[in-house]
Design a protein around this ligand. Structure first.
Ligand code: XMP
Length: 321
């Protein structure tokens, strides 16, 4: 029978056998998978694990600072890299969803590679690249490269290990998400990370329809924070599989005091799902939706309308891009 305790014990032992005194470099995202993978590696090899966490300017509000802080509390050796400007610069004027993914993936690789080369220079024992790949990713990347049509190109860091001349170590490769969460709990990874909703690699970049500007990111971060904080306040956060806000490229008329406004719309999305392959929109209480809507409209400058997405996957997808 599979238990998280036995998995941790066996995996730590086999990582020690596999890695010896080699050092491992790992990119962290703030998500469950990379954090649990890092925690497992840290348990096995301690400070021979070196991590990089990149701020791409498309994270949730305050997420970079908060997550970096948690990583340090966990005892991880982590370098935080503020690359916001590089991402905003390269994304200027780009509206096509797949093009955004490509640019975000490319800039990430450039930033990561630059930092990794610095670390490799300082630490000649780095021989491995750690990755938080889980079983559904393994399956999906097979179908992504297979004959089936790619609907959205999810995995955008393919070429890194070759460029850095590193071997890959993926301790979660055989696990499903719920098992990863149990392993995280076993390793005492903070619950705020273990129970976190999935969040796409390109982040808010694919939740801003149309082109991306720092001002739109700020607006969406504010709206998103109000939504997520209220999910927690109403005890709904753990009831849904994923939730987020989408900034729509439409303006509509509103009235604020005796002023006519002509501002943007935010859509709220929340789904129940097991694996993200199919999803049902979450049936939220109306008073929750009312609270979120009025808080967003009253507090986020530039937004005068909130709508709720009631589309099922398929035929819709979870993200709008
Ligand atoms: P869709 O929109 O395809 O999303 O129904 C299914 C799940 O995948 C996430 N997603 C992504 N994750 N890079 C990622 O790492 C991406 O480009 C990407 N696009 C979608 C989405 O958030 C949902 O959990």
């Amino acid at each position: 029978e599979w238990t998280p305790a036995a998995f941790v014990e066996e995996t730590v032992q086999s990582l020690r056998d596999q890695l010896g005194d080699d050092h491992v470099l790992m990119g962290l995202s703030g998500g469950v998978d990379s954090t649990v993978a890092a925690s497992l590696l840290h348990e096995a090899i301690g400070d021979n694990l070196v991590c990089i966490f990149v701020d791409n300017g498309l994270l949730r509000k305050d997420e970079f600072e908060e997550v970096l802080h948690s990583y340090k509390d966990m005892g991880l050796r982590v370098v935080g890299v503020d690359a916001k400007e590089a991402f905003y610069e390269e994304l200027k004027g780009i509206s096509d969803p797949e093009q955004k993914r490509k640019v975000i993936g490319r800039v990430f690789i450039e930033v990561f590679e630059r930092e990794a080369l610095k670390l490799e220079e300082e630490d000649r024992a780095i021989k491995w690249l750690g990755q938080g790949t889980i079983y559904p990713d393994v399956i999906e990347s097979v179908s992504v490269h297979g004959p089936s049509v790619t609907i959205k190109s999810h995995h955008n860091v393919g070429g890194l290990p070759e460029m850095l001349n590193l071997k890959i170590v993926e301790p979660l490769r055989m696990l499903f998400k719920d098992e990863v969460r149990l392993v995280g709990t076993e390793l005492e990874v903070p619950q705020a990370i273990v129970s976190r909703h999935p969040f796409p690699g390109p982040g808010l970049g694919i939740r801003i329809l149309g082109d991306i500007t720092p001002e739109k990111v700020r607006m969406l971060q504010e709206a998103d924070a109000i939504y997520i904080n209220n999910l927690r306040k109403f005890g709904l956060y753990d009831e849904v599989w994923q939730a987020g806000t989408i900034l729509l490229p439409v303006q509509s008329v509103g009235v604020m005091g005796d002023e006519r406004t002509y501002e943007k719309t935010v859509a709220l999305r929340a789904v129940n799902s097991r694996d993200g392959m199919t999803a049902e929109w979450s049936r939220f209480p109306h008073d929750f939706l009312a609270t979120v809507s009025s808080e967003i409209i009253n507090n986020v400058k530039g937004i005068n309308r909130v709508v709720y997405d009631i589309s099922t996957k398929p035929p819709s997808t979870i993200e709008w891009e």
